[in-house]
Ligand binder design. Sequence first.
Ligand SMILES: C[S@@+](CC[C@H](N)C(=O)[O-])C[C@H]1O[C@@H](n2cnc3c(N)ncnc32)[C@H](O)[C@@H]1O
Ligand SMILES: [Zn+2]
Ligand SMILES: [Zn+2]
Ligand SMILES: [Zn+2]
Ligand SMILES: [Zn+2]
Length: 440
Amino acid sequence: MSLKPNISTPELAKLINVHLGEKYLKETPSWKVLDSPISGRGIFAVRDIAAGEVILRDRALVVGPRGTKESCNQTPVACVVCYKPLEVNDDESQIMCKNGCTLPLCDSCSQGNRHSTECELFRRWKPKDPKKVIPHILRLVSIVRCFFLNDAQRKLFLSLQPHSDKYYMLELQRAVACFENFPKDREMLEYFYHSVCVFNTNAFDGGSREMGEEEVRVRALFPLAAMLNHQCSPNADHHFENPETIVITAVRPIKGGEEIVTSYTKLLWGTMTRRMFLKMTKHFECCCERCMDPTENGTYLSALFCRQQGCKGIMIPVQTKTLQPDWRCLTCESVFPHSKMARYQDFALNTINNRINACSISDMITFINDMCPRFCPPSNYVLVEAKLNVIWRMSRATTEVFTEEQLKCKDRYRAELLELLEKLGAGECTLKKLITEERL
Ligand SMILES: C[S@@+](CC[C@H](N)C(=O)[O-])C[C@H]1O[C@@H](n2cnc3c(N)ncnc32)[C@H](O)[C@@H]1O
Ligand SMILES: [Zn+2]
Ligand SMILES: [Zn+2]
Ligand SMILES: [Zn+2]
Ligand SMILES: [Zn+2]
């Protein structure tokens, strides 16, 4: 089967319906897959949809562990078959497949047969370090699973958009280097590389807490949800119902005929960060309404202090269509190049992130209230994210007792964040629910 089949949009829509099956395809869906003016294919409302309404549920075609170094450190190691968190003590080999494929596996899955084919394959390839869970190998699991799709599934998989990138090749080479006998077969390697490209262009990273207290993160390919295009002020949001089911919900009323869009970035990032991220990871330059408004609906999430000595004004980007705009001061009208402002933004980001990682909650509040305003306008997204971090840590703290003053700060941060979301037109998004319910 060719890796680049020429499939029409109606043909793809039919394949998606078959994939959804009776359980996921409602009798009269509120959506339709059509060609999109934004890019390629998209999902469109076929009738008015209310805010908060579930638009669709999609089931995963392929799921696997996230397998980034960061995810291995931050979240518990999970079974690669049922995604149940595994208790790790000093000896990682305790949670690894007893047959020696190096993948983490729970007791009950190690007795079932869902793992046997990939277990055999990984053992045949001979992991170089059989005593350790290796993130590169974990990340390869979902890619290998693409190889075991049946013909109909493979046809659907190959209709998804693949962006190629030299870093994706590197990702594959890193995984290959973890084995002694990785096959040299060119066709197989090409299929794996193609799978990495499809995954990186279309997969959703997500977690579900339902199975236990701790959130386990997976990355999964949902063929219908993969049709969703991006806008920085989206009308829909997603969450994982479980590791194999994604739910797309309307965050505000959507008119019949409107394209249903989600955001591929964090909602509260500034424009420079969002556009760079989209360019680097999704290979397009976003030109949505929010990106074209240097004030970002009056939120000034990107604003930085003027670099002209003596001026206390704020600067925002002048041009909108370029990834490297000049910046202009709203008070003295001085103009500075992108490079200077990007360095300044990085400095603010690093200074605050270093504190987030090292400070107690109370020091963090003092830092946000007293220190940050000296080098970063209060509207800047880095400061906004720091406030989000404080709310998150305070709502999770079980033993710490907070002063009246600190609790007031938290409430103030929450109110500010909710006002920001309102200005951005974020509607009933997941972040709003999390802030309101303090379940970040
Ligand atoms: C998950 S796919 C979305 C579905 C895609 N349109 C298709 O036909 O398969 C992601 C890709 O769609 C394109 N895309 C999504 N949102 C876009 C936007 N706002 N502007 C330009 N391209 C976009 C980019 O090529 C991106 O990498
Ligand atoms: Zn399991
Ligand atoms: Zn195994
Ligand atoms: Zn945008
Ligand atoms: Zn100025």
